[in-house]
Each structure stands twice: as C-alpha cells, then as structure tokens.
Design a protein around this ligand. Structure first.
Ligand code: RB5
Length: 154
C-alpha cells in the first residue's frame, strides 16, 4: 500500500519508528516530515498528507501530533478524507471496519510505542465491512458535497 506519513515536532521521533514499521511490512511510504524538534504548525503537515489522500496519490495516511486532535481537525477539511484519532486496539480496528478510516491520527504524548505499532498493524490489516456501513460512509460523502455548495441566493 502507498501511505503518506507526517508529524509535527511533537511526533517526529515516533514518526520515524512508524515509517520503519511500515517499510518492514512492505508498504511504500511517502514521508512529508518534519524531521526536526523545531516547532512546526500541524495544519501544514496535515494538509500535505490529506491532500495526497484526497487526490488518491496515496491510499492511506498517518498523522502524529501531541494529541492527534489538531491533525485530525485539519485533515478532515479535505474532500474524501476520513481522519480520526485512535487510542487503543478497538478504535484502530473499528475505525476500519465501520468508518473506512483513511487517515489514522495518533497522539505522540499519550500512546506508547508498542501500542502504536499494534494499532498501526491492526489498522492496516482490518478491512472495511461495507454493507450498512457503506451506506453511512456514503452519506458522509454526500453531506460533504452538499456542504461545499454555495448557499442559495436569497
Ligand atoms: C503542538 O504544541 C500541539 O498543539 C500539537 O502537537 C497537537 O497536539 C495539536 O493538536
């Protein structure tokens, strides 16, 4: 799978470990940085990854910041992106089964390395169930399209 990965300064060390894991598992990684501890603004990193997912240049994305929250908020501004912070095995698995999550957001401050590795693997290997969940995800896409239309002239 082709996967874009980005983090802000809070997540740059764990990002390097996630990239190692993804490559070991045979995935093709597009790394957008940052590689340094100097502060960067998470929306800029989120935008680089989310744009690639939105344009289908990559199939999935992983974003890491202090809490995973800011990355999620910014990434979800892009059409077709379904990003959410996951924090345990259950959320990692269900985000795929029911929500077809295409960007996994992670907290560098709150999650341990072993848990992150397990969650990333679960998230990669778990399929979307489709069926009634596809109807709901399609509805999200429809809401996104409708909300991007200009308001009717008054
Ligand atoms: C950066 O200080 C911090 O705000 C960021 O990493 C993230 O937690 C935002 O949601």
């Amino acid at each position: 799978m082709r996967i874009a990965v980005g983090s802000d300064h809070r997540g740059y060390q764990i990002r390097a470990k996630i990239i190692e894991l993804l490559q070991r598992l045979g995935h093709d990684v597009v790394d957008v940085g940052t590689d340094r501890p100097d502060p960067v603004d998470y929306p800029d990193i989120a935008a680089m990854v989310a744009e690639k997912v939105s344009h289908k240049e990559v199939e999935r994305g992983v974003l890491i910041c202090g809490t995973g929250l800011g990355m999620c908020i910014a990434a979800n501004k892009f059409p077709g992106v379904r990003a959410a912070p996951c924090h345990d095995d259950l959320t990692a698995e269900m985000s795929r089964r029911h929500n077809d999550l295409n960007i996994l957001c992670l907290s560098a401050d709150l999650l341990g390395e072993r848990l992150i590795d397990r969650m990333v693997e679960l998230w990669l290997e778990t399929p979307f169930e489709g069926g009634r969940h596809a109807r709901r995800v399609d509805r999200i896409t429809q809401i996104e399209r409708d909300s991007c239309q200009p308001p009717p002239a008054s």
